[in-house]
Design a protein around this ligand. Structure first.
Ligand SMILES: Nc1ncnc2c1ncn2[C@@H]1O[C@H](COP(=O)(O)OP(=O)(O)OP(=O)(O)O)[C@@H](O)[C@H]1O
Length: 285
């Protein structure tokens, strides 16, 4: 679906935001794009949807350069930017005026999503709160049924129950044909939703693994404060003891702690990153 090769991008020639970046995104997956503030998540997403153009390298959507912005590509992708701006119309009018640009737009599903997110469909969007405006556009995005759905910080501005509702709706809207990419710096918002984790750090993708692959390779657990358990790749002091990441030698399954993993990968000289890279280069027996 998305194929990026040796992508270099900077807003000026002197400072690169993305450097020699390679990435493949597949249909039927929900990707979580994690990165610190200013890491370049929005910049990468804009390159993917053809709103920013690589200085060198390629970014292709189903074999066509995203930057060409072909009509058949644009009608099959939806991008929800971080800062949303709504037109002075109702949700119902939005569906009528803008839904036509997306051949598989499902108006019935749009209204169903609005009901589930508890947003009125007959009120002017400009008169809604920021969180409600965001929910309308999330409902619209899901109802477009485009093959590629790119959501930049969609949970910003949502209250806690709406974040849970958001996760439910996205999980339901995913099909074999759809590729969803969601960026966030609030890692916990994507817990139990994404199946693949991407971490953007220091201008590159430093992690691209499914949750299952991570659970297979790493073990997430706790240890008493002051102890140094054997094999520890990363440890962080928490309210009740230390949270630790170790190699999963025993083959036992533990829940992947996304926040701990993110901290481990974006700290100095990440032993977790080195371990995962080493595993990738081990011969398969
Ligand atoms: N239009 C622009 N012109 C110049 N520099 C920009 C522009 N947009 C972003 N940048 C810079 O590019 C870098 C990456 O920004 P970007 O918005 O992609 O980060 P982000 O990971 O999405 O951050 P956040 O989590 O804070 O939203 C930042 O240093 C930012 O200042």
């Amino acid at each position: 679906m998305v194929r990026i090769r040796n992508l270099h991008f900077g807003y000026s020639r002197r400072a690169l935001q993305l450097e020699n970046l390679n990435l493949d995104l597949l249909r039927g997956r929900i990707y979580g794009l994690l990165g610190k503030n200013g890491a370049g998540k929005s910049t990468l997403l804009k390159n993917i949807v053809g709103l920013a153009f690589p200085q060198s390298g390629t970014c292709e959507l189903d074999g066509h350069a995203a930057a060409r912005r072909r009509p058949d590509t644009l009608q099959d992708l939806f991008f929800l930017p971080e800062d949303v701006q709504v037109p002075p119309v109702t949700a119902t009018q939005l569906a009528a005026s803008t839904g036509v640009f997306y051949p598989r737009f499902d108006e019935g599903a749009f209204h169903e999503y609005l009901r589930e997110l508890d947003v009125p469909s007959m009120k002017q969007l400009t008169a809604l709160s920021y969180g409600q405006q965001k929910k309308v556009l999330i409902a619209f995005a899901l109802a477009t049924n485009t093959s590629l759905l790119v959501l930049d910080e969609p949970t910003n501005g949502l209250d806690i129950p709406s974040k849970a509702q958001f996760r439910k709706l996205v999980a339901r809207a995913l099909g074999e044909e759809r590729c969803v990419i969601i960026s966030t710096h609030q890692v916990r918002d994507l817990d139990s939703l994404i199946d693949t984790v991407l971490v953007l750090h220091e201008r590159r993708i430093v992690l691209n693994e499914t949750i299952d692959q991570l659970a297979e390779q790493l073990s997430f657990g706790t240890a008493p404060v002051g102890t140094a358990p054997p094999d520890v790749l990363y440890a962080e002091v928490a309210a009740r003891g230390q949270q630790v990441i170790r190699p999963n030698h025993a083959g036992a399954y533990s829940k992947v702690d996304l926040e701990l993993l993110f901290n481990a990968l974006t700290g100095p000289q990440s032993a977790v990153a080195s371990y995962l890279t080493q595993r990738q280069h081990e011969p398969v027996l």
